[in-house]
Structure formats: C-alpha cells, structure tokens
Design a protein around this ligand. Structure first.
Ligand SMILES: *[C@@H]1O[C@H](CO)[C@@H](O)[C@H](O)[C@H]1NC(C)=O
Ligand SMILES: *[C@@H]1O[C@H](CO)[C@@H](O)[C@H](O)[C@H]1NC(C)=O
Ligand SMILES: *[C@@H]1O[C@H](CO)[C@@H](O)[C@H](O)[C@H]1NC(C)=O
Ligand SMILES: *[C@@H]1O[C@H](CO)[C@@H](O)[C@H](O)[C@H]1NC(C)=O
Ligand SMILES: *[C@@H]1O[C@H](CO)[C@@H](O)[C@H](O)[C@H]1NC(C)=O
Ligand SMILES: *[C@@H]1O[C@H](CO)[C@@H](O)[C@H](O)[C@H]1NC(C)=O
Length: 425
C-alpha cells in the first residue's frame, strides 16, 4: 500500500488540481469531507511540489466520476506520502457517506508567462497562482523586476519594463502590486511586493517586459515584401549579413515575414551605407530547418559585418499576407492571415462589410459582396490571430485595421470569418 502514486488533474500544472491515487492498476478518486492543510501538505510533499498553499473540495464541474481509490484520510501533516496517513477510518464514519472529491494547490504550481506579445520573450506578464492566471500592476515596475521575469523564462536579460497595458489588458486577478525586485531573485514571487491580490490598480496598468532574447524580423524602409533584412535582438534592430546565405535562408526569412515562402537575394544594391549594429552573419538554413530562427549562424554580435556591403537585401516572391480558403477561386472563403510563421483565422465577432472590403482589396479580388460568419467555409485549424476586427474600409490591409489579438480564448473556430468578393484572381 506504501507505493501508491498520486496525480493532480484538471489544474493548470502538475502541482495543482484534484487528487487521484493509483491502486490496483487504475487511477481512482480521493474523497474526504474533512480535507485540510495537513492532508494537502502530504500530497504536495509526495509530489515534490513544494509547500501546500490550499486544500479544497473542487466545484461540481471538476468533480470526478470514476472509481474511488481512497475514502477518508487523516494525516498529521509530516508523513512522506498519503498512504502513510490513517486511511482506515472506522466503518461508522465511512457509513455516513464521505462524498467530496479533494484538491490541492502546491507552491510548485506557480508559473510565469508572457502573453500577447510579438514573441515568446516579450509580452504581458502573467502569473499562475492559486489555480488562476492573473496580471501584475505597473506601479513601481522597473528593469530589475523585468530582469527576474526574463531570467525565469530563459529569455536572457531585460531590455525594457513596460507599463500601461502596452501588451493589452489582461483579465481576472491582478495578483501583485508594488513589486520591488533587486534583480537577483530566482522568481518574481520571491521579490518584495504587496500581498497576493491586494492592489489599487486596474487592468489598464498591466505590466509587461521585453527581454534580450526576444527576436523579430523586418524589412527596413519597406511597405511590402522587399527590402533590407533586419533582426531585432537585445533591444535593437540590426542588419543581417549576406555571407554564406543560402536560398533556403531567404525563403525562410520570407516565410517568417508573412511574404510567402520563396524569394531571392538582391545583388544589385541601390541602397546607401547604413550605420547601426549588424547582428547576424552566416545564417545558413538547411533543408531540415523549418523556421528562420532554427538556422545555424555565427553568434550574435553587433559588429557582424566587416563591410556593410554585405548587408542582406531580399525580395520575396509572394506579397500576400492573407488568403481566402475553402472557396473555388481564391476570392471566396475563410479568411486566413499569416502571422508569426503560420496561417491563422479571424474571429467573426464584429466582422462586417467594411472588414470584408479591406480583405477583398488585399486579396486583389475587387469589392466585397458579403461578410460571412460562423465558419461559413468550414472551421480553420491553428491559431485565431485576430478578434474583433474594426476596419474603416479604407485600410490597405487587414493587419492595418484595429483588432484585438485572438489569443484571449474568447473565440473558437466555429466563429471563423469568411468573405465573398466580387472579383476573381
Ligand atoms: C511512501 O512511503 C513509504 C515509506 O517511506 C515508502 O516505502 C513508499 O515507497 C512511499 N511511496 C511513494 C509512492 O512514494
Ligand atoms: C485512524 O483514525 C480513527 C478515527 O480517528 C481512529 O479511531 C483510529 O484509531 C486511527 N487508526 C490509526 C491506526 O491511527
Ligand atoms: C525597494 O527596495 C529597496 C531595497 O532593496 C528600498 O530601498 C526601496 O525603498 C524599495 N522601494 C519601495 C518603493 O518600496
Ligand atoms: C545587450 O545589451 C546589454 C545592455 O545594453 C549589454 O550589456 C550586452 O552586452 C548586450 N549584449 C549583446 C550580445 O550585445
Ligand atoms: C537546422 O539545420 C542544420 C543543418 O543545416 C542542423 O544542423 C540544425 O540542427 C537544424 N536545426 C533545427 C532546429 O532543426
Ligand atoms: C457570392 O456572391 C455571388 C454574387 O456575386 C453569389 O452569386 C454567390 O452565391 C455568393 N456565394 C456565397 C457562398 O455566398
């Protein structure tokens, strides 16, 4: 009996959720009507999840339906695992009908993430605490605080600590306020701060960070898919040198830029000499690489190019950043936009004729006939990139319209937007 494993289910991590115990070859529920911190401490210890923070009985939607593995358990709190606790309560107690599932939140369930930013290493800071994700208030939010977050996420150092919900407003709890890290702490929650959930802030003050390892790609001085290739690293845009650059490198750069998946290196350079850093050289993408950022290169160095004539200028074949999928002629169908290296859909809430006008123009398909909703051309897969698109109708592209990024979770693919345009391609 001493070897029964435990797991926590339906939480946000392996260290929070409803408790299940493995016995006789199956996972069973643990039921108890007097579940408290003593039992929770034992569960957290057994799972190597740090101290217990909460012991609870899950609300109805999270209750189990499967077999019961353990009914009634009393711990002193110091036991090494749950089966060392008293699990042989008298029949009289069991007969009273112990019926409540049990759950725990351990300290090890705490997490930090960056959301709504342009990449993994930049965005709004969110903390998972007590089973829910919440934000940080920007009062006193500065570089040492951002440094702790960046280190914690393996994103290098901090380049910028941003406030005023520059990466969008979060929802739910505002978990921390007046964070005052020295910069050396291992985790954001080790820094001095107000108590959890205590603040005088609104989500419009949500804090964010940009870390040094946040990278991005652009074509400088270009409104299309041709120009001088630049990378963003350590807080600065810099050039990419063309030494050893392969055709595959150019095509992956085009793909990353949302400019199709082919292109060529410009060799006649009508461009002038530039100043500023040149971050990368010898980017040699091979057939096995599927993203620009996976490709081998010389190390990041602000003085990469010996001769600025080596700078990379590319022209991509495909100027499109949008497509209509599911209709016959490319001018009818589910609207998909290219973003961060993959095609994703657009949510239909507030999708209207002005939005469809812009999409049709961008597709080269003439004026719009109708704006269609509810996945009229089937459900897409992959990300929902845009939500609540609000075009005036005159913008050159959907990406120029005001929109909410689609990662709030509010939309599902059954709400994918589509267009019917009057033209053909
Ligand atoms: C529970 O503790 C006992 C006694 O220390 C040990 O023999 C057993 O392996 C432990 N079980 C688990 C799952 O850790
Ligand atoms: C288990 O708890 C019950 C109820 O408190 C008690 O009567 C019983 O003696 C305990 N058994 C052990 C082995 O401690
Ligand atoms: C932040 O902490 C430093 C010591 O590390 C202290 O001097 C400073 O007053 C604190 N700032 C606030 C706003 O509490
Ligand atoms: C990144 O920027 C920091 C501060 O500006 C600097 O100390 C560091 O050397 C830079 N790293 C690189 C690789 O340039
Ligand atoms: C990218 O391709 C190179 C060979 O061209 C290979 O060594 C490297 O492991 C690849 N990287 C990834 C992440 O696929
Ligand atoms: C698209 O518009 C045309 C009129 O231009 C109409 O005939 C056709 O039925 C429409 N298709 C859909 C799927 O709404």
């Amino acid at each position: 009996a001493g070897s029964a494993s435990l797991r926590l289910v339906l939480g946000g991590s392996r260290c929070d959720g409803r408790v299940e115990i493995f016995q006789h070859g199956t996972w069973g529920r643990v039921l108890d009507d007097h579940w408290d911190m003593r039992e929770a401490s034992v569960v957290c210890r057994q799972l190597r999840c740090g101290e217990a923070e909460t012991a609870y009985n899950p609300p109805k939607p999270q209750r189990g339906t499967g077999p019961v593995g353990l009914r009634g358990v009393r711990c002193a709190g110091h036991e090494a695992n749950l089966t060392l606790c008293n699990t042989s309560l008298p029949e009289s107690m069991l007969a009273a009908g112990i019926a409540e599932d049990v759950g725990v939140v351990c300290r090890g369930s705490r997490q930090v993430r960056l959301v709504n930013g342009p990449g993994r290493c930049a965005g709004r800071v969110e903390i998972y605490y007590q089973g829910s994700w919440g934000t940080i208030c920007d009062d006193g939010w500065d570089l040492p605080d951002a440094t702790v977050v960046c280190h914690q996420l393996g994103c290098g150092g901090a380049v910028e600590a941003v406030g005023s919900a520059q990466f969008g407003e979060g929802s739910g709890q505002i978990w921390l306020d007046a964070v005052n890290c020295s910069g050396a702490e291992a985790a954001l929650w080790d820094c001095p701060a107000g108590s959890w959930g205590q603040h005088d802030c609104g989500h419009k003050e949500d804090a964010g960070v940009v870390c040094s390892e946040f990278v991005d790609l652009r074509l400088e001085n270009s409104d299309g898919c041709s120009g001088r290739l630049q990378v963003f690293y350590n807080g600065t845009w810099g050039s990419v040198c063309s030494n050893s650059m392969t055709p595959k490198t150019v095509s992956l750069a085009c793909k990353e830029l949302g400019c199709g998946d082919g292109g060529f290196l410009e060799t006649r350079l009508p461009y002038g000499r530039v100043s500023g850093p040149a971050w990368l050289d010898r980017v040699e993408c091979g057939e096995r690489n599927s993203s620009f950022w996976q490709c081998p290169s010389a190390p990041w160095d602000p003085q990469s190019c010996d001769d600025l004539q080596d700078e990379t200028h590319i022209t991509c074949n495909d100027r499109e950043k949008i497509r209509a999928v599911g209709g016959e002629n490319g001018c009818l169908g589910r609207v998909e936009v290219w973003h961060r290296g993959s095609w994703g859909t657009v949510c239909d809430d507030s999708w209207d004729m002005q939005d469809a006008e812009v999409a049709c123009r961008q597709l080269g398909c003439g004026p719009a006939v109708s704006a269609l909703d509810k996945a009229a051309f089937g459900e897409g897969t992959g990300p929902i990139w845009l939500e609540q698109v609000e075009c005036r109708g005159t913008e050159p592209s959907l990406q120029d319209c005001w929109a909410r990024p689609g990662d709030s979770g509010a939309c599902r693919h059954k709400e994918d937007a589509a267009v019917n345009c009057s033209g053909e391609r």
